[in-house]
Design a protein around this ligand. Sequence first.
Ligand code: FAD
Length: 584
Amino acid sequence: MPWDYVPPLADMRFVIKRVLGAPASWAQCAPFADLDLETVDAVLQEAGRFAAGVLLPINAGGDAVGCVRDAATGEVRTPPGFREAYRAFVDAGWPALPCDPAWGGQGLPLLVDAATREMFVACNHGWVMYPDLLHGAYETIKAHAGDDLKARHLADVAAGRTLAAMALTEPQAGSDLGLLRTRAEPQADGSLRLSGQKIFISGGEHDLTDQIVHLVLCRLPDAPPGTKGISLALVPKWLPDGTRNAMHCDGIEHKTGIHGSATCAMRYEGATGWLVGEPHRGLAAMFLMMNSARLHVGLQGLGHQEMATQNALRYALERAQGRAAAGGGGAADPIALHPAMRHTLLRLQALTEGQRVIAYRAALAIDEAAHHPDAARRQRASALAALLTPVVKAFCTHQGFHGASAALQVFGGYGYVREYGVEQTMRDARIAMIYEGTNEIQAIDLLLRKVLADGGAALDLWLTEARAEAAACAAVGLADFAAALHAECDAAQQATAAVAAAAAGDREAPLRVADDYLMGLSHTLLAWAFAASARAAQGAADRPWSEAKTARMRYGVQWLLPQARVHWQRVRALDAALPVLAAP
Ligand SMILES: Cc1cc2nc3c(=O)[nH]c(=O)nc-3n(C[C@H](O)[C@H](O)[C@H](O)COP(=O)(O)OP(=O)(O)OC[C@H]3O[C@@H](n4cnc5c(N)ncnc54)[C@H](O)[C@@H]3O)c2cc1C
């Protein structure tokens, strides 16, 4: 049975239109006021065709062949078919989808772009790594670069004629960017000369575009130590006079997955660059790129889970082993009928559908934060986007990998061998838990910066929205969804109060429970997603579809939400000190 992909267009449309009511929000935002759902449908259909028809056929080959670096020149060749696919991607205008028309973009909502990315990554994560940083780079250059740099690069980045790399990590500076050492010396002509070494730079070198702009974190000579002394520079592979910049790819990594993506060790040897944003304020400028990138990484987890789930389901409906009910002889039943496998598949489906609602809600919040005419609404949306981003990044990627692993189990031994694509999906999915700020760093960001720092104000905003959904569910007879959602909101509120109280006297306490806090809150969001989906499904014309959707969401409430209790219980045990580790 071939590894295949059917774009989940019906569910995407359901979430965008019925669950989130996005068209009503677009109607209020000037750049999207003329956008209609038919246009969005057409865009998503075309994106699905591109994903399944162009990206999927080169996915397994990209994994098998990987990238090749020429040791003499440092040039990197991408796997067969990657260049052609990228050219088709640019020609079709995909990179510019959410960019400003003033810079050659199509001005579509980030939400629509998010749905296309979910499909692209499901079909070829290695390939997607190249254009995935474009939008963040575009936003960063647009918001923080000077007019000269914008004129030189922004339209090309928006259109995808130039690709971008994000160069943060150094051998001694991973999660702690305060340790980075790359130096930037100001020159008389206003440029910078950069010297230093970066590692793990995705798309630092490749053959998809001639020009590659690196956004490099560096230190100016008068930089204070730590994160307060980090600046951001744009360093292009090709300089304005047509000469090659002094930057070299010293090697590419041999990785667990995403073999089609060139992960480069870069050396800058007096490379010419230009400051982006204020001196020593590089991290603030880079955060624009990172937030957008974090949403994209969350979508990677979602895409992998969708891919793994639908293939596991197809396999389980065909593969027959034993009888589903105890006793009796006769023909074997499809494994999809065995209760254990049914649980696995239902769990995967409910999680995928629930996470799609959460991730798309975050994208809608980012759109509203940027474009809603009402300042108060923009502020609320911005707080919500900030709160949801680390959850989407960490929860969706955690589940992307574990979901792919669960799907592999459905294939039995066949899942563990190369014949089916599920082992590649599992390997590819794993990195998303690590890069763009590890999931542990996301958990700390959520609890310390997004929840405790504002006294829980953003969280309260969110819980108010969730409780309104619970009330709406109760009003249409979905009492079990309403009760479950209220219970999850209560648990989140109590746990947050406990952490806030403990944090006052014990600064380590929140750090001990941050991972469980993120997982607990992720389940509160799931409870909301299940409730909102069940309620939205009540109005659907297609009754069998609506009933099946409600049943899956009810399954989620009954079988997935209990997991939250374990996480909240551990959060409430935050007084317990951790024992000292013994060295091996
Ligand atoms: C395939 C790939 C692509 C990448 N692409 C890029 C890229 O394009 N650009 C770029 O700049 N970087 C990139 N990276 C680097 C990536 O962002 C880092 O690997 C990541 O930030 C973690 O840093 P580290 O590997 O040094 O791990 P460390 O920071 O050493 O972390 C090791 C472990 O300790 C944990 N840890 C560290 N600090 C804390 C803390 N304060 N609290 C709790 N736990 C902590 C981490 O969560 C992790 O589990 C890429 C990496 C890979 C493997």
